[in-house]
Design a binder for this molecule. Structure first.
Ligand code: SF4
Length: 372
């Protein structure tokens, strides 16, 4: 295999010295006014950074505002119920992240503090806080001179240094973090880190030609000067995802839907969901599944198909509507109304195609139009 080149070792640090000031001048002109930038307390920076790890800025803003008004500080987060926490996170995915937020908040309170520690290593020791999040909180909220290297920044750095090494490898990420460390200025380290992120998010774009013509550091960018910025960053191809076919049962009775809780470990741990089973089943087999839930035969009809992609897995979901006679007690399950689903229980977005049909299906169940 051809060895991937990296110019990082050949660049002299003094060549890069103008980069922080160029970037900060640019950032002062273009920085978007975001809720977590206006008030950058450590709690707000922390929550926003965790939310931003998976979703675009525009999508995060309403989630962030809702989260802050419900849980405005670390103590409120530590004392929130699991259902409230999951409901506030509903739609963002990666629910382990919000659980880790709470675990970390509890740990901080247990240590006798009311706020996050003003120390990079102490931040790093908290659940769910890795090098990037610790760097972002330390530099933005506390003005500590440390880097914060997320996916956007990795892309900028790999182009800046024309480095074709695989950015998904931990050792290469670490190498880029060290390169970023040499760039972070003592003055305004948080703004510098945010400027790097902003550059990656708005100018040095992925999957398309970067806007090098408006880039404040184009004079120092090896990939741009070589004319092949699109070749970076390099990521080794991923292993194909595991594909699972699953049967979903939307069991409705008297304006309520049956929900079960997932196991406390693994994919979507502890989330509420519709009863679902590995494999696609025929009607007779589905009736047997209903008997397994303690129900008798009930009218059924297909509800369509959808798919959901996780990092390493793809679900192909085939839904069936089941009109049960009563909300009978089912072990380990609950019956949720539309209001419960709006205010109380969070459903994973994997089931969105089916949960969006619920209002119509609830009405149908109340009208009792189905032959019994
Ligand atoms: Fe990215 Fe182009 Fe700027 Fe280089 S010059 S950092 S490739 S936008």
């Amino acid at each position: 295999m051809k060895k991937k080149k990296c110019m990082m070792d050949h660049l002299k640090v003094e060549c890069l010295l103008p980069i922080p000031s160029k970037l900060l001048i640019w950032y002062d002109h273009v920085a978007r006014k975001l809720p977590w930038r206006i008030d950058h307390s450590s709690y707000r920076v922390w929550v926003s950074e965790v939310m931003l790890q998976q979703t675009r800025v525009e999508a995060v803003i309403p989630y962030f505002e809702r989260f802050m008004s419900a849980l405005p500080n670390l103590a409120a987060l530590a004392h929130a119920s699991e259902d409230q926490l999951l409901k506030l996170w509903e739609g963002l995915g990666y629910y382990s992240r919000v659980r880790n937020l709470q675990r970390a908040a509890k740990e901080v309170l247990r240590s006798g503090r009311k706020e996050l520690p003003q120390d990079y290593q102490a931040l790093l020791s908290l659940p769910g806080i890795g090098a990037y999040t610790a760097g972002a909180i330390a530099s933005i909220a506390f003005g500590i001179q440390v880097p914060a290297v997320d996916g956007n920044v990795l892309r900028v750095l790999s182009r800046l240094f024309a480095c074709g090494k695989d950015i998904s490898l931990p050792a290469i990420k670490h190498m880029f973090e060290e390169a970023a460390r040499s760039l972070v200025p003592a003055e305004r380290p948080g703004d510098f880190n945010q400027a790097m992120m902003e550059l990656g998010a708005t100018v040095c774009l992925p999957h398309t030609a970067p806007h090098c013509d408006v880039c404040p550091i184009s004079d120092y960018c090896r990939a741009h000067l070589n004319g092949n910025a699109e070749d970076y960053p390099y990521k080794a191809p991923k292993k194909p995802r595991v594909i699972e076919e699953r049967t979903i049962l939307l069991v409705i009775a008297c304006g309520h839907v049956l929900l079960q809780r997932r196991p406390t470990k693994g994919l979507l741990a502890g989330m509420w969901e519709f009863p679902n089973y590995l494999g696609w089943f025929e009607d007779e087999e589905k009736q047997a599944l209903l008997i397994g839930l303690g129900m008798g035969n009930a009218p059924m009809r297909p509800l369509g198909e959808s798919k959901h992609i996780f990092t390493h897995r793809e679900w192909k979901l085939r839904g069936t509507l089941v009109m049960a006679t009563d909300c009978i007690e089912v072990e380990g399950a609950i019956w949720a109304s539309g209001e419960d689903l709006n205010k109380k229980y969070a459903l994973p977005s994997a089931y969105q195609y089916f949960s969006k049909q619920l209002p119509k299906l609830f009405d149908l169940s109340m009208e009792e139009k189905w032959a019994r």
